[in-house]
Design a protein around this ligand. Sequence first.
Ligand code: ATP
Length: 270
Amino acid sequence: MKPAIDVQDVSQVYVAKKKAVLAVEHISFQLLPGEFVSLIGPSGCGKTTLLSMIAGLMAPTRGVVGLFGEPVTGPSPKIGYMLQQDYLFPWRTIVDNAYIGLELRGQLTKERKDYVHHLLEEMGLIGFKDALPAQLSGGMRQRVALVRTLATDPDILLLDEPFSALDYQTKLQLEDLVAETLRDKGKSALLVTHDITEAIAMSDRIFILQPRPGRIRREVEVPADIRAELPFAAREQAHFQELFRDVWSEFEQMTAAGAAMKRREGGEGR
Ligand SMILES: Nc1ncnc2c1ncn2[C@@H]1O[C@H](COP(=O)(O)OP(=O)(O)OP(=O)(O)O)[C@@H](O)[C@H]1O
C-alpha cells in the first residue's frame, strides 16, 4: 500500500533579515491511507512548516514529500486544508461558501452540488443553507468549513488546530463529528494541535516534535481501546490517563531542556 503522505528526510531553512533559521531538520514519517496522525509540540517546533510543505505551498530545502507515491510539486487536489479560522466569506450564504472550492476548480456540477447538500444534511446544517455566516455560532461555522473542505472529496485532510478557537463543549462535539466523518469516508488526516488530550483521543499515532530545530522526538502508538472509540468516549478508556501522563512528562522534559539551553545561550552572550 502506497503511503498517503511520505515525508523523506525533509529540512526547511527560512532566510529572514539576512539570517537563516533552520525550522525543521531531518524529518521523516509516513501516513497510511485512512490513518489519523497528530503532530504535537511546543510553539516553533515546525508544525505549520511541515503542513505547508505537505500541502505543496512551500518546497522543502532538502528532502522530498510524496502523496500516494507522487512527489509534491505544488498544491494538490488530493489535499484539503482546515484551519483554526473558518475563513467564510461574510457576504455569501452557507451553501455558497461550501461551493467555493468546487467553483475554484471548475467542478460545480449537479452531482457535486448534491454532495454538498448531503454533507450539510450530515452536519446538521441544511436548515441554515441560505443563512449568512454571521447568523451561525463558531461551532456551526467550523462545520461549514468542514463541508467546504470535504466538498472536493480530498483523500487527505490537513487539520491545523481546527478546534482551538472553540469553547470546550463545542470542541468535543466537533472532534467526534470530524473523527466519525473521516472514518466513514476512509480519509487520511494529519492534525496539528497543542492539546495533548485531543491528539490522544483522535489519533492512531502521534509524533511529538521538539524545537530548535524542529525534529521528531518520539512516535507514540495509541492503544487499541482508545482508537476503537470516538474522541469523547476515548477519553474514558483505561489507557488514556496513563498515555496522557507519559506524553505530558515528555513535554516537561522538553521544556526543562529548552530552558537550560536558553540559560546557556544567555550566559554565552554575556
Ligand atoms: N517565514 C518565516 N521566516 C523566518 N522564520 C520562520 C518563518 N516561519 C517560521 N519560522 C521559524 O521556523 C520555526 C518553525 O515555525 P512554525 O511556524 O512551523 O512552528 P509551529 O510549530 O507551527 O509554531 P506554532 O505552534 O507557534 O504555530 C520557528 O522557529 C519560526 O520562528
